[in-house]
Write a protein that binds this ligand. Sequence first.
Ligand code: CMC
Length: 384
Amino acid sequence: MTTATAPNAPILDKGLANTIAAETQMSFIDGSKGVLEYVGYDIDSLARNSTFEEVVFLLWNRRLPKRAELDSFTAELRREYDLPAGAWKLLVEMPRDAAPMHALRTLVSALSLFDAEADDNSPDANRRKAIRLVAKTPALIANFDRHRKGKSLVKPDSTHSIANSFLSMLNGAAPTDAVARALDVCLILHADHGLNASTFAARVTISTLSDLYSAMVTAIGTLKGPLHGGANEEVMVMLNEIESMDRVEPYIRGKLARKDRIMGFGHRVYKALDPRAGYLKTFAKQVAADTGNMHLYEMSTRIEQIMAAEVASKGIYPNVDFYSATTYHSIGIDLDLFTCMFAMSRIAGWSGHCIEQLDGNKLIRPMADYTGPHALRYQPIEKR
Ligand code: CMC
């Protein structure tokens, strides 16, 4: 089954890089031209003009809302910010030294225990659950961080946006408008991205007619890997290891010589600049300048120059994780929360994809090319 010999014969497509496994109306990517659109709107114009809440409406409804619709959708989200009592109790039982992505995966899973609609896969129930998931995830992340630092838990502020309420919980103080906007832009840029690994994983789970919470747990576990959402943390680890401008060149060239990957570069789909990275670069510069982190931005641009000279010919450019690391650090988010920030946004895309998958669902079940032996004779254990 390794090569196609007849029409419709299965082919082995490692990494599924050349397989179209779903239809979607949420996001469009042209990797060769560096284009990303949500429902036909260029990501750059959304990052400049929209808000995370409006983008979630757009992704789920396939159109921009009118004012009254956005107000009503935002109010619906805000009514769901708070956590069920059981989740607050569970939060304080979590081990303080747990890695935040493990804690988030567990806490999102736990939300299903307190949702009477957990197993209802009707479109209306799934839409209500998607709202709950997007609305409650910020309180889970911020309060796990408070708990592990020995701080008291803080309730979400349902008078503010998701970005603002999250930062208020995280820091115990309201953010400046500029910092809240910086997070809001990061949430917009991460909300959806075609059939990336975690979205595919979520669609596989829901395609079995499991439930939305299980699909989110699958997706969070998939996002966590350093080849996917975990790369933003690795970028910050790299910047911390490099420490200063004079060490950038030997560090990057040394890694490339050892054939190590430079985190925050390269993408399965983009062979031109990731359009999210283009906007984030400008944005990261401003945020870094405002917060006294220009050295991080300057080290990043130097890494980009070296990578351009060394590997741009292979189609390797900065991806969304590269400049989001500097942005998150500049707005005061701990390194090990970076991937949680990605999840907080992508949960909108994951849940939208699951609802899309269930509309005309077909079980996702590819085949494997068996490469082991055949026709072996069973030996009794004493004779092996
Ligand atoms: N640094 C150095 N070389 C690289 C890198 C990198 N970051 N990425 C790919 N390459 C090289 C790779 O060594 C290979 O070279 P050669 O052909 O000489 O062996 C060539 O480029 C193709 O690599 P590949 O692994 O076949 O390409 P892929 O499409 O499977 O990989 C990727 C995509 C994202 C896994 C990879 O680029 C990578 O590991 N990047 C670093 C991790 C990262 O930043 N991930 C975040 C992705 S964006 C956010 C998200 O959507 O999750």
